[in-house]
Design a protein around this ligand. Structure first.
Ligand code: GLN
Length: 303
């Protein structure tokens, strides 16, 4: 298969649509992103890496990092994680507070901010450096030692992070954080503010296509754990648009407000697409359109 040609074709289909969206501006450092940036990469389980457009340009991974914190927390700490966070779609925006009170400080799933704060807390407890663990994992899987936190983005998030701070304190009030709120928030911002490219993230997502096996052949997760992460990505990875994403794309996917979306083709490979223009829910408009075109053209699907 000519993957590069395929990527160019599906990006052209996405660009032919009229909607573009706007970069996130609630984190001021993200508002500076170039709205015309657009890149896409595929990494295959047999070792191929292909890309088109701005596929090697680093961008702010934001909530795509939540996939890696979840995988690492499960790998290090096992199933006990699920006592502190659920796996049910929230049907609410990613930064919503409303369900936390009725659900006694147990967030609905690991991919809304509330749930990601709990996962970051557990990973911090298990490793002593949650953001560092995510950076190391991304570097090892991508082979790119330059993957790092963009401190200016992390600082911008921290300055404007009233909502995340509120979520963390609220969760802590129910006894569901084991580290000080400030440390949890600092690690959360630091892993969200990692800059990586479509190439880096497609390679880093391959362990899910390989059913839990890392680039060096070692096993991070059991086959069953990898399957479960894919399931949670499908049902919760794109927030309150997860139904629409499953309908249009038909693959497990995780988005971030930097405009990245990472999708998994179990047994075959992983795809990352990036364009900073977001829809109202916070998913990349061109990114979702390109994945829609990709799966429509190829028939790739988990169904
Ligand atoms: N760091 C961002 C936040 O906490 C992540 C949100 C996202 O990518 N959906 O708001």
């Amino acid at each position: 298969m000519d993957y590069q040609r395929l990527l160019q074709d599906v990006m052209a289909v996405a660009l032919a649509g009229e909607r573009r969206g706007r970069p996130a501006d609630y984190i001021p450092a993200l508002a500076e992103a170039d709205p015309s940036a657009f890149g896409m990469a595929i990494a295959t389980v047999d070792g191929g890496v292909f890309g088109a457009g701005d596929w090697e340009v680093p961008f702010s991974v934001q909530s795509v990092s939540k996939l890696f914190t979840l995988a690492l927390a499960l790998a290090e700490g096992g199933d006990g994680l699920w006592h502190g966070v659920g796996r049910e779609p929230s049907g609410n925006p990613f930064n919503s507070l409303v369900q936390l009170e009725t659900e006694q400080g147990i967030p609905r799933n690991p991919f809304i901010n509330a749930g990601a704060l709990v996962v970051t807390d557990r990973l911090l407890e298990l490793t002593g450096d949650a953001a560092g663990a995510v950076r190391e994992f991304l570097r090892a899987e991508s082979g790119n030692a330059a993957v790092d936190t963009d401190d200016s983005v992390a600082a911008s998030e921290a300055r404007h992070g009233h909502r995340n701070a509120a979520l963390a304190h609220f969760i802590a009030s129910y006894g569901n954080l084991r580290n000080p709120v400030d440390s949890v928030l600092a690690h959360y911002y630091a892993h969200c503010a990692i800059a990586a490219s479509c190439r880096d993230l497609a390679l880093a997502g391959l362990f899910l296509a390989r059913h839990g096996v890392r680039a060096d052949g070692s096993r991070l997760l059991t086959r069953s754990e990898a399957k479960r992460i894919n399931a949670v990505m499908l049902t919760c990875g794109t927030y309150d648009a997860a139904g629409e994403f499953a309908f249009r794309v038909g693959l497990p996917g995780k988005s971030g407000v930097g405009g990245g979306v990472l999708a998994v083709l179990p047994g075959r490979g992983s795809v990352c697409v990036w364009s900073p223009g977001l829809d109202a829910v916070g998913n990349s408009v061109l990114g979702v359109a390109a994945l829609d075109a990709l799966t429509t053209a190829t028939g790739w699907s988990v169904f």
